[in-house]
Design a protein around this ligand. Structure first.
Ligand SMILES: Nc1ncnc2c1ncn2[C@@H]1O[C@H](COP(=O)(O)OP(=O)(O)OP(=O)(O)O)[C@@H](O)[C@H]1O
Length: 277
């Protein structure tokens, strides 16, 4: 089995929404590692806290307690400036390729923007943009066109290229293929796998779709009502649902805590139900 050095480590992360008087805890001491070059899936039913963990790592929601370290450095509570500097290393790809690309900008402008914000020269930015388009299998000629001229799958390729331009070490993929039809999903997942092989980038792959996660992830973490209730060290090649559901997770969990045990079962039954729909 491959062992991975943790690039990202979340330890006992607590996130609460709401006001001081009316607090709703949505993450309960969640701990999770992502290794260099590893793809860790985060699955769970709707509202279980998957996106919130992604947002906490990106600094988009405050962490009430616990810590998040990246490459050995505490990034739990960074100033705005330090957070912007970290943007080169941690990028995000969202579900909605329609909403996440500015419709008023050309593809060339969209891809060059993070580079010019970081002070890269125009010539260098143009070269990098061309390289990234090639990586996501789009021709260089797309730079003069606008997002509305592309299909959902192509837009998601563009969003991935934008996430890649600053050569990040981690990409939070938040339901990146959920809005796509099945064939397009498959090509985008294959692209993500290929990019990971070529660049060694790590993914935290948020999805409610176990089939998708099974296809792309090395390990799968299961969230349930704000708790991380299970981590299975699956493999990308694991395609057998029985392997995940029955062998590893439902039957053989040596969990002393009966509440956690019950939550694990419920989480997996909910996922299985969603998977079968
Ligand atoms: N800005 C917010 N203010 C208050 N509550 C929120 C906010 N964002 C999310 N929540 C709540 O936090 C909980 C976790 O939400 P989150 O979006 O992280 O779940 P999720 O597992 O990603 O769900 P989905 O698969 O539907 O995206 C939910 O109960 C949700 O209603």
């Amino acid at each position: 089995m491959t062992h991975f050095e943790p690039l990202l480590r979340a330890e006992n992360v607590v996130v609460e929404y709401g006001s001081r008087r009316n607090t709703k805890r949505v993450l309960h001491e969640v701990s999770l590692d992502v290794g260099d070059g590893e793809c860790v899936g985060l699955v769970g039913e709707s509202g279980s806290g998957k996106s919130t963990l992604g947002k906490a790592i990106l600094g988009l929601v405050p962490v009430a307690s616990g810590s998040i370290t990246f490459d050995g450095r505490d990034i739990t509570r960074l100033s705005g400036r330090a957070r912007r500097q970290l943007a080169a290393d941690i990028q995000v790809v969202f579900q909605d390729p329609y909403g996440s690309l500015n419709p008023m900008m050309t593809i060339g402008e969209i891809l060059a923007e993070p580079l010019s914000a970081a002070g890269t020269s125009r010539a260098e930015a143009r070269r990098t943009v061309g390289e990234m388009l090639e990586r996501v299998n789009l021709p260089g000629s797309v730079t003069d066109r606008y997002p509305s001229e592309f299909s959902g799958g192509q837009r998601q390729r563009i969003a991935i290229a934008r996430a890649l331009v600053r050569k990040p070490r981690l990409i939070i993929c938040d339901e990146p293929v959920s809005a796509l039809d099945l064939t397009t999903q498959a090509t985008v997942l294959d692209l993500l796998i290929e990019l990971q092989r070529d660049t060694g980038v790590s993914y935290l792959f948020v999805s409610h779709d176990l089939g998708v996660v099974r296809r792309i992830c090395h390990r799968v973490a299961v969230m349930f009502r704000g708790n991380l209730v299970e981590i299975g060290d699956g493999e990308r090649v694991t395609r057998d649902p029985q392997h995940l559901y029955s062998q590893r997770l439902l039957a053989a969990s040596p969990v002393a805590d009966p509440v956690l045990q019950a939550e694990r079962r419920e989480a997996w039954l909910a996922l299985r139900a969603a998977d079968e729909r």
